[in-house]
Ligand binder design. Sequence first.
Ligand code: IPM
Ligand code: MG
Length: 353
Amino acid sequence: MAYKIAVIKGDGIGPEIIDEAIKVLDAVSAKEGFDLDYKEYLLGGSAVDVFDNPCPDETIKGALNSDAVLFGAIGGPKWDTLPKEKRPETGLLKLRKSLGLFANLRPAIIFDELIDASTLKPEVIKGVDLEVVRELTGGIYFGEPRYKDDNKAYNTMIYSRDEIERIARVAFEEAQKRRKKVTSVDKANVLEVSELWREVVEEVAKEYPEVELEHMYVDNAAMQLVRDPKQFDVILTGNIFGDILSDEASMIVGSIGLLPSASIGGKVGLFEPIHGSAPDIAGQGIANPIATILSAAMMLDYLGENKGAKRIRKAIKEVLRDGYRTKDIANFGAKEVVTTSEMGSLIAEYASK
Ligand code: IPM
Ligand code: MG
């Protein structure tokens, strides 16, 4: 079997971490007997530099013609002062929208070897296994009207019944494969859009009688996530709340360099670490490639290459068990601090065993 993979390295540390993910994918595909044909496309700042456009049509077409998209990260100070339509972030939002990627899955899994890397107490986080299911192509990120002048500015948080239904279904399907609990997060005590969210989620829940549903206001959810994260299985929420809560969830795990994500719902899935392009550390060989390598594992699951995905996850666990650490987690059980590229090579080697 040969899969077409659209590779978008992006900006900052994007190219370094994607190179390591490809190294690992190549090792695994050789072992499991499938092929990955990569084709590179530009997005974000690097696309602005070449095409004066943060999301060129060629990138959208290339992504749509592939079986999956592997994506690094975009953005950096060089492009921060550009007008909105040229900003790297605008490019990423346009790509997500063009590919119809309405569901963003962000699992937070604790590695026991790194239990001390979290700023939270070990007893609070040991055994945490939760997944944020974030709506990704609607809500306040995309709502019209939006407006800004010197004295006034606004955005609009809109959700239609259809949009809520389809993301709720993804969350319940995920919960069915997991511990069968959905916590739907909203602000229904203040926002009409959240009132509708709640009503529709309740309706969808009837299709999944074996899954427990609870509702939580977003402020409380932010608090509960650090108080007792083990109470959560699947967190279902809208675009902006999910953006915020998934960054918070990454700190439960100890480093933002560890969390992968999958964006699905359209014709092709897109797989990216939840962290950004970290321009301050780009090119120094200290970025942690694990989030991206875990994203590559999610991509293999999506392609149906589950054995390959398992190999990757097992290899990461073993490399951490054996004491190899990148700089961000160097203070937590390191026997040897390794570079980005050494970490990738180690995981590739372990995954080939
Ligand atoms: C994320 C990022 C993006 C988002 C930015 C870069 C537009 O923070 O993937 O979480 O807000 O969705
Ligand atoms: Mg974010």
